[in-house]
Design a protein. Structure first.
Ligand code: CAA
Ligand code: FAD
Length: 382
């Protein structure tokens, strides 16, 4: 067993930490207030290899492994969770599926643009009536005689939807086949028949723009199919396995920021003639925060390591995402409590960490769905 990191892994962690501390953290409060998309910072992440960490260098990426991705995501999320949401979709949800199932042409066109930070990518699975129950999607792609598809339907809650150029879209090609009747497509948001809705007002990760998108007779060419027709649901699920490692890392980063702010505060703030960190009740909270953070980190590194070894990691990714997201919610809750009235004020960042943490229990599969995946895999029952 090896607990150290390679030089390469430490190098990308260092690059991410520097950008997070110098550019992202100082601007996070402003972006949270305005809800503006942090385009310049996102471009900077792209220029530094952070939008395609696991993408081979021949497609414009950094050519590193999943552990390096975890380390970098944690640093960016500690700077600001919203930035790490955008980074996570580009890295895990957009690039992963194309690298595994895409043609050479698709990799050169779509992966390169995203990995280099020239464009932003998105992943469109959810619909107004189908979130957890993803196979209940209705967006329809009808095959034409020339091999192209005409697409009609809506997708909701699409991260980076308002700004992304390219989308991995899942649509029904054969309504009689259930999960096996879903196909993945690569969509260009600049083409006719593609429409973007209004940006959603959100509780947290406010700088990560989210919207509904709609297809009205959008024509996808035969070459825009990702993988085989009917393989789309499996592609979505395997991409989400990887995505869940990214969200676990996001949860760890933002929880670590809340923990570190709390460690400072308990030494400075005095009550009853002593630092509040000297009270045993505060110390118990600090100890529990530390245990949950470390457990989340180790479980997430395990899932990333398995992915890097080419082994199955579905259960381990769900264990990591479930543990880290619930830990982030608990840790940020305690951070607000330990800051007292100041924890409730926008003058301190902990109220933002608390708001941002909640999303990690919802997207890329709610906590209930993670429990379902883990228990189904463990028991073989459903
Ligand atoms: N890898 C590969 N294939 C898989 C798989 C996996 N991890 N999980 C399931 N499959 C396959 C199954 O083997 C099955 O294939 P066959 O038809 O050949 O047997 C097929 O997919 C259907 O599987 P299930 O019967 O298990 O499907 P289900 O309807 O019971 O749903 C579910 C399973 C786990 C609940 C799934 O629907 C799910 O994960 N729901 C949550 C959706 C989600 O996470 N959405 C995230 C949207 S993206 C997002 O949120 C981005 C962001 O925030 C930034
Ligand atoms: P529902 O599925 O309606 O669930 C409602 C409640 O019922 C939840 O508590 C859920 O856990 C519970 N529930 C449902 N089924 C079960 C069950 N079988 N057992 C027990 N409990 C159950 N989607 C994309 O495709 N792309 C994106 O980029 C994207 N980004 C997002 C960004 C944000 C900010 C948000 C809020 C969502 C985003 N989503 C995205 C959608 C997200 O993945 C879904 O919101 C999530 O999967 C839950 O689906 P739902 O909202 O429809 O809730």
């Amino acid at each position: 067993m090896e607990f150290g990191f390679s030089e390469e892994q430490l190098m990308i962690q260092d690059v991410a930490r520097r950008i997070a501390q110098e550019k992202i953290a100082p601007s996070a409060e402003g972006f949270d207030r305005s809800g503006e998309f942090p385009l310049d910072n996102i471009r900077l992440l792209g220029e530094n290899g952070l939008m395609g960490i696991e993408v081979p260098t021949e497609y414009g990426g950094a050519g590193m492994d999943p552990v390096a991705y975890v380390l970098a995501m944690i640093e960016i999320a500690a700077g600001d969770a919203a930035h790490s949401t955008i980074m996570s979709v580009n890295n895990s949800l957009f690039c992963n599926g194309i690298l595994t199932h895409g043609t050479e042409e698709q990799k050169q066109t779509y992966v390169r643009a995203i990995a280099e930070g020239a464009e932003i990518g998105a992943f469109a699975l959810t619909e107004p009536q189908s979130g957890s129950d993803a196979t209940a999607m209705r967006c329809r792609a009808v095959k034409q005689d020339d091999g192209s598809y005409v697409i009609n339907g809506k997708k909701s809650w699409i991260t980076s939807g308002p700004v992304a150029r390219y989308f991995v879209l899942f649509a029904v090609t054969d309504p009689d086949k259930g999960a096996r009747g879903i196909t993945a497509f690569l969509v260009d948001g600049d083409r006719a028949g593609f429409h973007r809705g209004k940006t959603e007002p959100k509780l947290g990760i406010r700088a990560s723009a989210t919207c509904e998108i709609e297809f009205q007779d959008y024509v996808a060419r035969a070459g825009d199919v990702l993988g085989e027709e009917g393989q789309g649901f499996k592609i979505a699920m395997s991409v989400l396995d990887a995505g869940r490692i990214g969200i676990a890392s996001q949860a760890i980063g933002l929880a670590r920021a809340a923990y570190e702010a709390t460690l400072e505060y308990v030494k400075e703030r005095k009550a009853f003639g002593q630092p509040i960190g000297a009270f045993q009740m505060t110390q118990a909270k600090i100890a529990d925060m530390k245990c949950k953070l470390d457990a989340s980190l180790l479980l997430t590194l395990r899932a990333a390591w398995l992915k890097g070894q080419g082994k199955r990691f579905t259960t381990e990714a769900s264990v990591a995402k479930l543990t880290a997201s619930e830990a982030a919610m608990w840790i940020t809750h305690q951070a607000v409590q330990i800051h007292g009235g100041m924890g409730y004020s926008k003058e301190m960042p902990v109220e933002r960490y608390f708001r941002d943490a909640k999303i990690t229990e919802i997207y890329e599969g709610t906590s209930e769905i993670q429990r379902l995946v883990i228990a189904r895999n463990e028991t073989g029952l459903r």
